[in-house]
Design a protein around this ligand. Structure first.
Ligand SMILES: *[C@@H]1O[C@H](CO)[C@@H](O)[C@H](O)[C@H]1NC(C)=O
Length: 260
């Protein structure tokens, strides 16, 4: 494009100097000079325009490059945040596994007969998002797994909200792990757990703790997973119902169960 512009400017100037029949070839007339001068002026103006154009183009290219550099650096930051998050979650999982294995006296059966597993975030089972449903969704159940971005948040903020996990078949359920909202200071401070074989609203039974209460203590911040274990129940469906919360009833969770 730039090459073409220069070529055309050449044409104008040569044409202007040669085609005007101002003289007889023996001398240069005033008209010739005037034409020449005009041609030179045109050339100079065009060159200035060209120069400005090139300067503008260069500036915008420089801006583009600097934007790209910013993008790359943002991506690098994002990547390192994600890496930090994953590392933190891995550490938490290791802690939780240790806690789980140490909790032999609270209803968790011996590892010999029934190996406990994290159902939603563990390595052995890949439950689809469709195994999760809820009473209502401000933030989808699709982000309700431990370590996920966001978390489930019901649309309504009353004591009748729940998130439900369908394990597909009957498992022996021993515990629940909860975590708060990934992107803000929202978490569930206490909740009930209920279980069912059929999954209909009226078929759920609340789990009663050893102390006779049905409310489990939940999270104290949005990051740290908190585990509650209980006398195991045989169920296919499990529901968690937030009863008190900080900011909003936001939840990420997993279920600890074993398959006999
Ligand atoms: C179960 O409860 C939820 C809300 O708690 C309600 O939206 C849904 O309609 C109920 N389902 C049935 C079959 O009653």
């Amino acid at each position: 494009m730039i090459k073409c512009a220069i070529l055309c400017l050449g044409c104008i100037s040569i044409g202007a100097a040669q085609t005007k029949p101002g003289g007889t070839g023996q001398g240069v007339t005033k008209a010739d000079l005037l034409n020449l001068k005009n041609a030179v002026n045109t050339l100079v103006t065009s060159q200035t325009t060209l120069k400005e154009y090139i300067t503008d183009e260069l500036a915008s290219i420089r801006d583009e490059v600097s934007n790209l550099r910013d993008d790359v650096s943002n991506l690098r930051d994002g990547e390192s945040n994600v890496r930090d998050n994953v590392l933190e979650i891995k550490e938490n999982m290791i802690d939780l596994k240790k806690q789980r294995d140490d909790t032999a006296d609270s209803g968790v059966s011996s590892k010999d007969e029934c190996l406990n597993e994290f159902m939603l975030t563990g390595e052995h089972h890949r439950f689809l998002d469709s195994s999760l449903t809820a009473s209502s969704e401000l933030f989808s159940v699709r982000s309700a797994r431990l370590g996920a971005s966001h978390g489930w948040v019901p649309k309504e903020r009353d004591l009748h909200q729940w998130i439900q996990f369908d394990l597909g078949e009957v498992w022996q359920i021993n515990g629940v792990v909860t975590q708060g909202f990934a992107n803000g200071d929202w978490w569930v401070k206490s909740y009930t757990i209920s279980h069912s074989l059929q999954g209909t609203n009226s078929s759920f039974t609340e789990i009663v703790k050893a102390d006779g209460h049905v409310t489990f203590r939940g999270n104290k911040d949005r990051h740290t997973p908190v585990m509650n274990t209980f006398q195991s129940v045989k169920a296919r469906y499990i529901r968690i119902g937030p009863k008190s919360w900080h900011g909003a009833p936001a939840l990420r969770f997993d279920v600890i169960a074993c398959h006999q």
